[in-house]
Design a protein around this ligand. Structure first.
Ligand code: ADP
Ligand code: TYD
Length: 221
């Protein structure tokens, strides 16, 4: 059994970039690592419908906080079996966004905090009803909202398939989402959190999060 780690943060925070560097560091240390990014665009019809809604399709779907959350949650539900297999077969599984993304964005869209009913609903839906594996640790890449927004704008300019969606254009939503993430980390929602900033050293983070929970393969060695 490996360690399941979820990387969380705002749009444009640098999750994908940090994830690549942390994975490279683990692999250099000889660990077997698997990665999965949510939403699983091009794999899950639910994820694709969600993205299309965020870019203006499917009528009023994107206006519904709960409809959007259900689409992202259904994507993960379909991945539950694969996730369990990945955890069984690797030392570390790193997820680029996981259930906390739904908790943070859903609460923020509902103008609620980290201890409010939206977060509770997501917890019961995804970890309860859908029985998704709980992450052993969650890492919050905490960057100033303006820096994340600037990076999302830059990326939209550089990559034709990364045009900013309705959430990314909503600065107020991003700021509230950042506050909910802070609250989730402070509460230790679901599992312990590690909070890092934009200047984090990926190799240090890689070492820290795997040392904080000794890998089962080390325990049996
Ligand atoms: N540490 C960093 N310093 C400078 N630019 C960065 C850094 N991390 C990411 N970026 C840039 O910011 C943009 C968003 O990063 P990305 O990793 O795609 O974010 P996310 O996955 O959180 O949305 C990309 O254009 C990326 O090249
Ligand atoms: C995975 C996930 C994402 N989201 C949000 C975060 C983003 O604003 C948006 C799309 O996810 P994102 O990872 O940012 O996709 P992209 O690479 O296309 O920018 O959906 C949720 O609200 N709940 C979720 O469960």
């Amino acid at each position: 059994m490996g360690t399941l780690i979820a990387l969380e943060g705002l749009d444009g925070a640098g999750k994908r970039t940090l994830s690549n560097a942390v994975v490279a560091s683990w692999r250099a240390d000889g660990l077997s690592v698997a990665t999965l990014a949510f939403p699983r665009y091009g794999v899950s019809v639910h994820a694709d419908l969600g993205a299309e809604a965020l870019h203006g399709s499917h009528g009023d779907t994107a206006e519904s906080v709960n409809a959007m959350a259900l689409l992202w949650a259904l994507d993960r539900r379909d991945a539950a079996g694969e996730l369990r297999e990945l955890v069984a077969g690797h030392d570390v599984v790193l997820l680029d966004r996981y259930v906390a993304s739904n908790a943070a964005y859903t609460a923020a869209r509902s103008h609620q905090g980290a201890a409010g009913p939206a977060v509770q609903w997501i917890e019961e839906l995804e970890f309860g009803r859908f029985d998704l594996p709980r992450p052993d640790r969650q890492v919050l890449l905490r960057v100033p909202v303006e820096l994340a927004a600037q990076r999302a704008r830059d990326r939209a300019g550089e990559e034709a398939d990364r045009q900013r969606d309705a959430y990314e254009r909503d600065g107020g939503l991003q700021a509230r989402t950042g506050e909910v993430y802070d609250g989730l980390a402070a509460r230790g929602w679901i599992s312990p959190w590690t909070v890092v900033g934009p200047d984090v050293d990926p190799a240090q983070l890689a070492a820290d999060v795997t040392n904080q929970r000794r890998l089962p393969s080390e325990v049996t060695r």
